[in-house]
Design a protein around this ligand. Structure first.
Ligand code: NAD
Length: 319
């Protein structure tokens, strides 16, 4: 007996089969839908670059509707800039924008092949999100974090109550993008103890499809980039608080003397002072080495809510 099924049913069936599959998406082309959790400066950048370069559909999740709207308005601004510079045609920009689906619940990630988490640098928050992602996402999905400093092994461990069961933890990895994501080419790939070779391969391939140049580093406090960068920024803040130089002198000598695009205090404002403090705390606590003690002024500025560019005030005024 012959029977016919519609094209729509075929599409739905193939999507359901993909969600049931347990094979990790080894080729970047196997990633059809990316989930990004956190639509702040990093999450928004990751979503936009993935939709533009890797041309995947993106479910962009943020707990705050206001943050989502702010992020999407920023995406519109960046896309309009790309069109005005002839980097994209208006039709291409419209296609990229149409690939972004803003949502407020993690439950929307049931069809994601690859997820990148970019919520604030708070360990308990990330552990909670990864426990939920392991429940919600398909069994083949790669679960990546953009953490700046938290151990990938600990984040992976949060996906299960039974450490012998590595079905979810083997799919956890770090894809540590650099800020601003549309501009910086580098991305650090960091495995936890549980991460499988297939997961590493999938993460490398997907980051390359996003036009990035991956570097592999070890699951050690601060990994590579922040192990080197954060003590430099922290030392600049200590120089300010102890009067070795004022703000402009510190930024000018490093900018003009080491050929970097901005000085360390301005860079700290762009990164976010809360993020800088969180990373210094991890470096200090996990190594026990006093050379990583966070600057007192950095702590006070975070206490005051002066978080840098994102809050309108940091070492510079952005109002
Ligand atoms: P951000 O504060 O700009 O954005 C975080 C977003 O997460 C906010 O929009 C917030 O509303 C959202 N959020 C908070 N709780 C949530 C939840 N439970 N579910 C969903 N969304 C939630 O932070 P950011 O600068 O984008 O940093 C994000 C991550 O990237 C951090 O781990 C940070 O360490 C890392 N990182 C930051 C930089 C940088 O330069 N800022 C660079 C590399 C990595």
């Amino acid at each position: 007996m012959a029977f016919a099924i519609s094209r729509r049913q075929v599409v739905r069936l193939s999507s359901q089969l993909r969600c049931l599959s347990t094979a990790t998406p080894a080729r970047a082309a196997d990633v059809k839908r990316l989930g990004v959790v956190g639509a702040g400066q990093m999450g928004l950048g990751i979503a936009l670059v993935a939709a533009t370069k890797a041309q995947v559909d993106v479910t962009l999740i943020d707990a705050s509707e206001t943050a989502l709207n702010k992020g999407l308005a920023f995406a519109d601004k960046l896309l309009a800039k790309d069109v005005s510079k002839s980097k994209l045609t208006q039709a291409e920009a419209d296609q990229v924008r149409a690939r972004l689906s803003p949502k407020t619940s993690l439950d929307e990630l049931g069809d994601a092949d690859f997820v990148i988490e970019a919520v604030p640098e708070i360990p308990s928050l990330k552990f909670d999100i990864f426990a939920k992602l392991a429940e919600i996402c398909p069994k083949h999905a790669i679960l990546a974090t953009n953490t700046s400093s938290i151990s990938i092994t600990r984040i992976a461990a949060a996906t299960t109550k039974d450490p012998k069961d590595t079905s979810a933890s083997s799919r956890v990895i770090s894809t540590h993008f650099m800020n601003p994501v549309p501009v910086q080419k580098g991305v650090e790939i960091i495995s936890g103890l549980q991460t499988s070779a297939e997961t590493v391969e999938a993460a490398l391939n997907f980051c390359r499809a996003m036009g990035k140049i991956p570097s592999v580093s070890a699951d050690s406090p601060g990994f590579l980039a922040n192990r080197i960068l954060m003590p430099y920024i922290n030392e600049a803040i200590i120089c300010l608080e102890t009067g070795v130089g004022d703000r402009d002198a510190i930024d000018a000598i490093m900018k003009n003397g080491t050929n970097v695009p901005m000085g360390p205090l301005q860079l700290a404002d762009f990164i976010g002072l809360d993020t800088c403090l969180a990373i210094m705390k991890v470096l200090h606590e996990e190594t026990g080495d006093s050379k990583y003690r966070p600057s007192v002024l950095l702590r006070k500025m975070v206490d005051a809510g002066w978080l840098g560019k994102k809050s309108g005030k940091g070492f510079y005024d952005y109002t």
